[in-house]
Structure formats: structure tokens, C-alpha cells
Design a protein around this ligand. Structure first.
Ligand SMILES: Cc1cc2nc3c(=O)[nH]c(=O)nc-3n(C[C@H](O)[C@H](O)[C@H](O)COP(=O)(O)O)c2cc1C
Length: 215
């Protein structure tokens, strides 16, 4: 259900202050992690395929506001992982039906298959989620018959921590540094749209450049 009540809608509440609106975006992104009830828990993640843009749903795992980074989990054997290794340009789309707000972020993604961050993300991952990394075949590979692509015993119970460790070598992290945020707020009185660009040309004065644009 939509709400036009500014008290219940943090985006409307921030208008017309662009800086306050930007802080709201980052707070809502951070609040969405770990909470399946939050619409921004899921993003439509776009990467550059060989001949067309490719999108898929990913769980937003963590947000590092200071470094403007969005953290995602992926099988290192998946097409998206190699696409991002080839070209890091990324777009992510989020939509909040309750607040009627669309956020499109653009940025540069880095893929990580080992190291401290990968270890930390693996540790924080759920045992049921780790089943996805226990498949013999890479995601997207042709299968002879219907398959969950993990050992069948884990269809009815999660792996133990020890059993899940075999999947660690297939587990990777995608870290997207946000360079641009395009925020569209739908309102009965008229829609409004804000654009934020991270200015990294002037190293001594890195900051968000923000402006209203026509919706
Ligand atoms: C609700 C939902 C959440 C998903 N979360 C993830 C995720 O966090 N990481 C992931 O790699 N795939 C996730 N997937 C699967 C991807 O959308 C995609 O099908 C898979 O990663 C293969 O993508 P690729 O072939 O483009 O590499 C999710 C799918 C759905 C429907």
C-alpha cells in the first residue's frame, strides 16, 4: 500500500533537501540488508554481457556507506562473475512499492574470490545459502535432467558447517562502488527526481554533486 504521509515515508520527509534525501537513500539501503521484508533487500543487478545488457536478482548483503560500496555474493563460476571480471560497469535497480520510490545506481564492480572480505562474508552466510556453492556444475551449465545442483541430502536439511566448506572455493564476493544515483519519487502531486554523481576528478575535494532533474 502506498503512503503519501511524509511522516511514514522517509523520502517525502526529506524533500526538498537533496543532502537529506541522499542520506535517506544510504540509510534505507543499509536497513535493507538482512531483512527480507525490505524491498531494497533485493536488487536487479545489471552487467555488460557479450552482446546485450544482462540483469538478475541479487540479495544486497551489506552496505559500506563510507566507501559507497554495495556487497553481493556470487558463485565465482557464474557468467556474471566473469562478465564483471571483463568489465566492471554495473547498474542496479531498486523499487520500493510502499514508498513508491525507484533507485537506479551505477558504479564499478570488483570481483573477489579470496581474501579477508571473502572469508568474512562466507562466515556471515547462512548454511542453507551455502548449498548453492556445493554444485558440481557451474550456474547456467546444461543439465541432463531437472537438478538442484547440490548433493541431494541437503534438499531436506542444511549442510553442517563442515559439510558446507567444500563450497567455499566456489564462493565469491562482488563489491560495487557507487558513482551515480538516480532517484525517482512518485507523488500524487507530481513526481520528482534527483541525480547524485560522485565527483572524483578533484582528488582534494571528493564529494557528491547533487541536482534535481526533470522526472
Ligand atoms: C530472490 C532471488 C535472490 C537471489 N539472490 C542471489 C544472490 O544473492 N547471489 C547470486 O549469485 N544469485 C542470486 N539469485 C540468482 C540470480 O538471480 C541468477 O539467476 C544467478 O546468480 C545466475 O546469474 P548469472 O547467470 O547472470 O550469473 C537470486 C535469485 C532470486 C530470484
Amino acid at each position: 500500500m502506498s503512503t503519501e504521509n511524509p511522516l511514514k515515508n522517509p523520502f517525502l520527509n526529506a524533500l526538498p533537501d537533496l543532502a537529506k534525501l541522499r542520506e535517506t537513500v544510504w540509510r534505507e539501503l543499509a536497513n535493507a540488508t538482512g531483512d527480507t521484508n525490505q524491498p531494497w533487500f533485493l536488487g536487479s543487478f545489471g552487467s555488460l554481457g557479450e552482446s546485450s545488457p544482462e540483469i538478475r536478482t541479487l540479495v544486497l548483503r551489506r552496505v559500506e556507506v563510507g566507501s559507497r560500496s554495495l556487497i553481493w555474493h556470487s558463485d565465482v563460476r557464474s557468467p556474471k562473475f566473469s562478465q564483471l571480471e571483463r568489465a566492471g560497469e554495473t547498474s542496479v535497480h531498486f523499487w520500493t512499492p510502499t514508498h513508491r520510490v525507484q533507485l537506479v545506481v551505477r558504479g564499478e564492480s570488483q570481483t573477489l574470490s579470496s581474501g579477508e572480505l571473502v572469508d568474512q562474508e562466507w562466515k556471515s552466510s547462512q548454511l542453507t545459502s551455502r548449498r548453492a556453492y556445493l554444485g558440481k556444475m557451474p550456474p547456467g551449465a546444461k543439465a541432463d535432467a531437472m537438478t538442484v545442483n547440490f548433493p541431494t541430502e541437503f534438499e531436506t536439511r542444511p549442510p553442517t558447517d563442515a559439510e558446507s566448506q567444500a563450497g567455499k572455493e566456489n564462493f565469491g564476493v562482488i563489491s560495487t562502488v557507487v558513482q551515480e544515483m538516480d532517484l525517482l519519487i512518485l507523488r500524487q502531486t507530481g513526481n520528482v527526481r534527483a541525480m547524485y554523481r560522485w565527483n572524483d576528478h578533484d582528488l582534494a575535494n571528493q564529494q557528491w554533486e547533487e541536482t534535481w532533474i526533470c522526472p
